[in-house]
Design a protein around this ligand. Structure first.
Ligand code: F6R
Length: 616
């Protein structure tokens, strides 16, 4: 999704802005641009469709230099990804602006501004904002006052950064529904939509809150809150290793992140397990008291995070006896829902900035004080500074570290671990867990990182399986019980990075329709832990073989599923069935990865997708 970087310094900032944009490339975008105030006080810009490297090329051919400026990667929403729609947008020669998000009332504003004599050169919603600020500037004579007055008229979501050649010592920024962070340097300051963009210049950050306006100069940062009052926002020191944004020895971020899973699962468990139980305090100081009142759980999320929620429903109902509903956020947010009494609202998100998930949380909170309120809200999230975390009552942070590959991998497995911790914490408070279950699972969780290591060691075997797959156009993924959402996640991974059509079904549904698709060109991938459903699964596999379908089965060593004609079995380490969805995710990630590499797709930045979906 779109990215913003800006800087005010005493040195030429062109290279800093470009490096910042590169660090945001993982979010997905389709054009890039930058604008600087040059030594003569004039606004200069370059914009290019395509990658940041195209912008670098433009700078090599015609260098720009300046000490104040803004830059942007755009993911098209209004208007095609071409140069004239790329940011920064100008108003005359006076103002340059970059924008993340969507301005919903852009059409009436455009009409009004046209009436005032403004000419539009792009199809974007963003261009109305720069002209509106310009119009206000003529009335008010000060950029900060003009920005505050202009944003009061905007509906929608925005993170904005703006510079004016009339006040060339500063840049202005504001946010509502789209994140922005101020980076604090020594004698220089920065702005970005994600701190990752600024890690090369600072490790001290100030997170702007909803409605904040910030005026950023070389030696000072002033912030006003949504009501216009001056405020001081806390300065946070960032500790994540600088190597996080590096591929290291791996060919792709996705592969690196798949291989990080033992380490990050370990980290997600740290400080959260007692000798034989889960520490409820891990969810916040008031969690234990609150969990005792929870009688239902509503989970809301998107994409991969939604699949984690689906696994959690099996756990919450099957292990803790707590009724649980799971819904994709884009549906939930627009639906009239009936809220059962004492329902805990749980949102799951890697980024914590997904527009639909955030909107669902806000809708849930808006019910507070009504007869249909949620008891409380819990965010399971990977970004501690995200909007989702800040706006939820309770938080459990997944400790996956920055996830750069667009396809989510380590975020998913750490979400599953977190949701199992939640299940055990709730089950214990309510006394609904079977005798000895919590102690057994705590033990198994401690062993999980080494089990994940064993699954990763199967990489070479899975690479071979991928060779068989690479020229296929369609595939089916099957699973039963908790393995059904794992199959869904496997199908999502394959389609998003290899562009092979993949669908997932509960294995028992096969003969109710999808079996008609099965032939030698439709590989069927199955996950088969050794549990009470394995015999039923074997019958489903027979149904596939009888129709000439090719099977790839990731099966427990003890499940007694043999290699044979048309059946490739990859033997999996044995694991407690409760934890099986976490382990069986790994070979499916590796399979998708190797198939995508063989097909030559852009693994880390698949076409049409963005890492952080901050618009609807
Ligand atoms: C798929 C993927 C997406 C995200 C979804 C939600 O690999 O990454 O489906 O899971 O966009 O994102 P978060 O978890 O950031 O809310």
């Amino acid at each position: 999704m779109c990215g913003i970087v800006g800087a005010v310094a005493e040195r030429n900032i062109a290279a800093i802005l470009v490096e910042g944009l590169k660090r945001l490339e993982y979010r997905g975008y389709d054009s890039a641009g930058l604008a600087l105030i040059d030594a003569h006080g004039a606004l200069r810009r370059h914009r290019r469709p395509g990658k940041v490297s195209g912008l670098e090329q433009a700078l090599a051919e015609e260098p720009l230099s300046g000490r104040v400026g803004i830059a942007h990667t755009r993911w098209a929403t209004h208007g095609a990804p071409c140069e004239r729609n790329a940011h920064p947008h100008f108003s005359g020669d006076d103002l340059a602006l970059v924008h993340n998000g969507i301005i919903e009332n852009h059409a009436p504003l455009r009409e009004r501004l046209r009436g005032l004599g403004y000419t539009f050169t792009s199809d974007t919603d963003t261009e109305v904002v720069v002209h509106l600020i310009h119009h206000k500037l003529k009335e008010l004579g000060d950029l900060t006052a003009a920005l505050k007055s202009a944003v009061a008229e905007l509906h929608g979501a925005y993170g904005l950064a703006v510079v004016s050649r009339h006040q060339p010592d500063r840049l202005l920024a504001t946010r509502s529904g789209s994140p922005l962070v101020v980076g604090l340097g020594i004698g220089e300051n920065f702005i970005a939509s994600d701190q990752m963009a600024l890690r090369q210049v600072t490790d001290r950050f100030m997170y702007l809150e909803e409605g904040d306006v910030a005026e950023i100069q070389r030696d000072r940062v002033q912030v006003w809150d949504a009501a216009g009052a001056p405020v001081t926002r806390e300065v946070v020191q960032y500790h994540e290793g600088a190597e996080a944004a590096d591929k290291g020895e791996y060919r792709h971020f996705m592969l690196k992140e798949i291989h990080e899973q033992p380490k990050v699962v370990q980290r997600t468990l740290e400080g959260r397990l007692g000798s034989d139980h889960v520490l409820a305090q891990a969810f916040g100081p008031q969690a234990a008291e609150l969990f005792a009142r929870v009688r239902n759980v509503q989970i809301v999320a998107c994409g991969t995070s939604y699949h984690a929620g689906l696994v959690a429903r099996y756990w919450l109902e099957g292990l803790a006896g707590i009724p649980c509903q799971v819904e994709v956020a884009s549906e939930f947010r627009y639906r009239q829902v009936v809220v059962p009494a004492d329902t805990l609202f749980v949102s799951i998100s890697q980024s914590g900035e997904t527009a639909d998930t955030l909107a669902a949380l806000r809708n849930a909170k808006a019910r507070q004080g009504s007869g249909h309120a949620y008891l409380s809200s819990l965010a399971i999230c990977n970004v501690g500074t995200s909007s989702l975390v800040r706006e939820s009552d309770l938080t459990l942070l997944t400790q996956a570290g920055p996830e750069i590959g667009v396809a989510s991998t380590k975020a998913f497995t750490t979400q599953l671990v977190s949701l199992l911790l939640l299940t055990l914490a709730l089950g214990r408070v309510h006394g609904t867990l079977a005798d000895g279950l919590e102690a057994r699972l705590v033990d198994e969780l401690r062993r999980l990182p080494s089990r994940l290591g064993e699954a990763l060691a199967m990489d070479k075997t899975i690479e071979k399986v991928a060779e068989f797959f690479a020229d296929k156009h369609h595939s089916l993924f099957l699973g039963r019980g908790t393995q059904y959402p794992v199959a869904m996640e496997g199908a999502l991974k394959l389609k998003e990075i290899s562009y092979i059509h993949a669908e997932a079904y509960p294995a028992g549904e096969l003969k109710h329709g999808p079996l008609a698709l099965v032939d030698a060109d439709m590989p069927v991938i199955t996950v088969a832990p050794n549990n009470e459903l394995v015999e039923k699964l074997k019958s489903n596999l027979q149904e596939v073989r009888a129709r000439g379908g090719e099977l790839i089965v990731f099966a427990d060593r003890e499940a007694d599923i043999e290699n044979g004609e048309g059946t490739q079995v990859v033997a999996m380490p044995h694991i407690d069935d409760v934890l099986a969805p976490i382990l069986y995710t790994v070979p499916l990630q590796l399979l998708s990865y190797h198939v995508a590499v063989l097909r030559g797709t852009d693994v880390d930045q698949p076409r049409n997708l963005a890492k952080s979906v901050t618009v609807e």
